[in-house]
Design a protein around this ligand. Structure first.
Ligand code: SF4
Length: 122
């Protein structure tokens, strides 16, 4: 099995080839060990930082941007997005406030990416 990935750990963007032989993963094309770790992770259990929005009441706009505290398994991204559809916040919300803790038992939190003040009617 061979899989090609572009390492995104630094701007150099090495083209990394991940190979598996007898259950052992190896990489070529990476200029440093970080590309080895990234390439094997990407080939076996790809993860992504999730950025999305959730509903918020009482703020000047109806959606609050949120971000995962760490990369989430790519296979779980839509499950987390579904879970967040049921979340309804009330302003004020502060940046880095935990919006949804330990999503899917992953140990990863969804946190507010922006402070959303309470809207004051004039
Ligand atoms: S392998 Fe190393 S040098 Fe190449 S892009 Fe990844 S982090 Fe940068």
């Amino acid at each position: 099995m061979n899989k090609q990935v572009i390492c995104i750990v630094c701007p150099k963007g090495c083209k990394v080839t991940v190979s598996k032989q007898d259950g052992v993963y190896t990489t070529t094309g990476n200029a440093c060990i970080r590309g080895n770790v990234y390439g094997i992770q990407e080939a076996t259990e790809p993860k992504r930082v999730l950025t999305t929005t959730v509903k918020i009441n009482g703020a000047s706009i109806p959606r609050c941007p949120v971000v995962s505290s760490a990369p989430i398994l790519k296979d779980d991204l839509f499950k987390v997005i579904s879970l967040l559809e049921a979340v309804e916040l009330t302003a004020p919300v502060h940046i880095n406030q935990v919006i949804c803790a330990n999503v899917l038992g992953s140990g990863i939190d969804m946190i507010a990416a922006k402070t959303m003040e309470k809207k004051h009617d004039l």
